[in-house]
Ligand binder design. Structure first.
Ligand code: 5GP
Length: 113
């Protein structure tokens, strides 16, 4: 069994963090250390440690993460200008929290990858 991270506590609201979105599959909240004017994390409610652990049974959840990202981008007023969605995986990808998450970054012109 993978170990829970702080994100599970945020999802369950055991650590008070404003949830921008929550449904039966995913939750979203602002990154504590924003790297752009808009920096939101979209996470599955269920603990999936990394992209490597995603299975076909998670496809609805992963799809929901993307549709929620689009809705939040519109809500934040950054949809037309554009934004970036990022999922880091393991050490070389720069992953620090081992609870799958998608970064929604925007509100300024981002450096090319
Ligand atoms: P990673 O590098 O794993 O892709 O990104 C983890 C992100 O989680 C980082 O951008 C970091 O700032 C954010 N983060 C870490 N701990 C917390 C926390 O307790 N609350 C929130 N809102 N964000 C966190």
């Amino acid at each position: 069994m993978a170990e829970e991270t702080i994100f599970s506590k945020i999802i369950r609201q055991e650590i008070p963090t404003e949830l921008l979105y929550q449904d039966e599959l995913v939750s979203a909240f602002r990154d504590i250390s924003p790297k752009a004017p808009v920096h939101i994390l979209i996470v599955p409610n269920k603990l999936i440690p990394t992209v490597n652990d995603v299975t076909e049974s998670d496809e609805l959840t992963i799809g929901r993460m993307v549709t929620v990202a689009g809705k939040l981008a519109a809500q934040e007023g950054i949809a037309e200008d554009g934004y970036r969605l990022v999922m880091n995986c393991n050490e070389f990808g720069g992953q620090e929290v081992f609870h799958l998450h998608m970064h929604l970054l925007g509100g300024k012109r981002l450096a090319p990858l």
